[in-house]
Design a protein around this ligand. Sequence first.
Ligand code: XBP
Ligand code: MG
Length: 236
Amino acid sequence: MLRALIWDVDGTIAETEADGHRVAFNQAFEAFGLPWRWDVAHYGSLLRVTGGRERLLHDFAGRADAPPPGAEREQLARALHLRKNGFYAERVAAGLIVARPGVLRLMRQAHESGLQQAIATTTSRSNVDALMRRLLGAQWRDGFAAVLCGEDVAQKKPHPEVYLKALTALRCDASAALALEDSDVGVRAAADAGVAALQCPSVYFDASAHTPAWRVCADLDQAPAPSAGVVDPQWL
Ligand code: XBP
Ligand code: MG
């Protein structure tokens, strides 16, 4: 019996990385008077590292002009990340980020058919709130039984912790949940928690190779209405 949909955020609900986070990181570098800029190709390789602060630290490790390892480096990453999230929220509020095709329809139909819905993301809670508020309105949280974000876990995706916590919060067995993911790290996190994933690759990702998704589709407009019955292979 399918009982719950567990949504990833970045790349799945919206294409947040290209015109959202990446540009916002560059705005933060500029605001701090730093010469660094992340182009699309470099950002694509950095997306292997989940979590914006962790991504910054990973990038610093390859830069001769970044502070050396230690408190100063940590502090700069924290400050840049905070600033980036501020710019990201501004971009979202300005309407620059829209939902991917089929997302809002599927959320509505899942709600109507009695499925529980949760969010399981590595992104910061403030970014989730900014995006969902813009897409669904100020009461968006009412439609979700659980919202698990980067702050809620010790280990980010591809570790399964965020999915395990979502299942606990939903009181749902892994076999009764379906994850919606865009990236291979997300598919792996879901799979390692025992949750089947429907993958809709976003601009930076191909279909997951190492841990194959349960199903892959270009976008959720290809999916028919879910039912609260068995996860049927014909669901797509
Ligand atoms: C994707 C990520 C995040 C975002 C930025 O998260 O890896 O790090 O790029 O988020 P998901 P923060 O696909 O799991 O939603 O800067 O807030 O960490
Ligand atoms: Mg994602």
